[in-house]
Design a protein around this ligand. Structure first.
Ligand code: URA
Length: 434
């Protein structure tokens, strides 16, 4: 096989055979195909897409590049949850403890910030001392002991996805339905799971801007799961405005803490309960979805999910006190206020602009090797639909360095739309697939 022939055939819209996809993934992972050829192939996929068969072959090759983690020695139903990526999306850190408190085991392989979206691993690592590099044995032991453990893609888990992920981030080929599906599903299928809940984001702050694309992505992932005999459900949810109020790693941990103490923003609370309920239901811990919702809500009210999250932080080397004392988290040195130029209703808060601005001041990465600044980000004071007076504070940009601050503040300002009439309410949970 010659890489250039496969690039050409994909560029021309042909379907490649599973062995050809496997050869490409294996050769690139082994360093036998240079970045420039794989970048061209990914761009061809971006424009021509891939069939379910090609996507399944890519997923399987990603999994085979690493170790498959057998969790059969850990008793109890194992269900994971994954988001396709959003702005202010910290639901994994709320839904998982809720499900664990209800009796589900959650072995989680999470991702890092990608493009303008945040990553669960970066959020957790803003807790001083928190380790996301557990060995497979440590991961399994922690799962058995406290029901919840989080790691990332690594040299032993789907290393091929790691290489492709970094190249996609640098070549503007992230927003491809089959590439996202293969990347996420390889990480999830590297574990022996009983169920999987997917949160497919759609809107300005998501990789999928149109609901039809989000639906297709949801269907593709659910199909891959079914082929692997894994029960999966996907929710398609709105990501036009940031979720909750906080965007940025340590700032989001603070909001997770508030939400787990039943004092969080309405949208974040609602979606986290729904995701947790689906996890509980797929795990067969509750007989109906309604019962599962009640159970998730009960675990929020009685504080057991909050306690569970503290246990996880402690087990992975972090200081659980950060959830009560935010001064123990990295804190920004300055706050820049954005105020409303006029009175009216907030009709839009463009999540992509807020995500890009946060990345620009250090909450995300421009290049794979960039360090994250855990303290920085944006905290909204208002949400869509709210009435404001001229001069009211719309949000604060928290920063530690002034580089890029002016440009980021301008982007944040441009994210807000103010109208004379109240906008129509928008549904948060748009569809369920699977
Ligand atoms: N999350 C992932 O793990 N991979 C992607 O490609 C996008 C979001």
């Amino acid at each position: 096989m010659r890489t250039v022939d496969l690039i050409q055939r994909k560029r021309n819209g042909e379907e490649l055979a599973p062995e050809e996809i496997t050869w490409l993934v294996d050769s690139y992972t082994a360093g036998e195909i240079p970045d420039y050829q794989m970048a061209a192939f990914l761009m061809a996929v971006y424009f021509q897409s891939m069939s379910d068969r090609e996507c399944t072959a890519m997923t399987e090759s990603f999994i085979a590049s690493g170790e498959k983690i057998d969790l059969s020695s850990v008793p109890g139903p194992k269900v994971d949850k994954h988001s396709t990526g959003g702005v202010g999306d910290k639901t994994s850190l709320i839904a998982a403890p809720l499900a664990v408190a209800a009796g589900v085991k959650v072995p989680m392989i999470s991702g890092r910030a990608l493009g303008h979206t945040g990553g669960t691993l970066d959020k957790l690592e803003s807790v001083p001392g928190f380790r996301t590099d557990l060995s497979v044995d440590e991961f399994r032991e922690q799962l058995a002991k406290i029901g919840f453990a989080v790691i990332g893609q690594s040299l032993s888990v789907t290393p091929a996805d790691g290489k492709f992920y970094a190249l996609r981030d640098a070549t503007s080929t992230i927003e491809s339905i089959p590439l996202i599906a293969a990347s996420i599903m390889a990480k999830k299928l590297s574990l022996t799971l009983d169920g999987l809940v997917l949160d497919v984001k759609v809107g300005s702050g998501a990789f999928m801007k149109r609901q039809v694309d989000a639906r297709r992505l949801a269907q593709m992932m659910v199909t891959i799961a079914r082929r692997a005999d894994l029960r999966a459900q996907a929710l398609v949810t709105d990501m036009n405005q940031p979720l909750g109020y906080a965007v940025g790693n340590a700032l989001e941990i603070m909001e997770v803490s508030q939400t787990l103490q039943n004092a969080g923003p309405l949208d974040l609370h609602r979606i986290s309960i729904e995701l947790a309920a689906r996890m509980i239901y797929l795990a067969k811990v509750a007989p109906t979805l309604e019962d599962a919702r009640d159970l998730a809500q009960a675990k929020l009210i009685d504080g057991s999910a909050y306690k569970k999250f503290k246990e996880v932080i402690q087990a992975q080397g972090g200081n659980p006190q950060v959830l009560d004392r935010f001064d123990l988290l990295p804190n920004a040195s300055g706050a820049h206020e954005i105020t409303s130029p006029r009175g009216g209703y907030i009709s839009a808060i463009d999540a992509e602009y807020i995500g890009l601005a946060s990345t620009m001041i250090g909450a995300g990465r421009d290049r794979k090797e960039d360090e994250i600044d855990p303290a920085v980000g944006v905290v909204l004071e208002v949400k869509v639909g709210q009435k404001v007076d001229a001069g009211a504070v719309l949000c604060r940009v928290y920063y530690t360095k002034e580089d890029n601050l002016e440009e980021a503040a301008q982007l944040v300002e441009d994210a807000f739309r103010i109208s004379n009439a109240a906008p129509e309410g928008r549904e948060l949970i748009l569809e369920v697939v699977g």
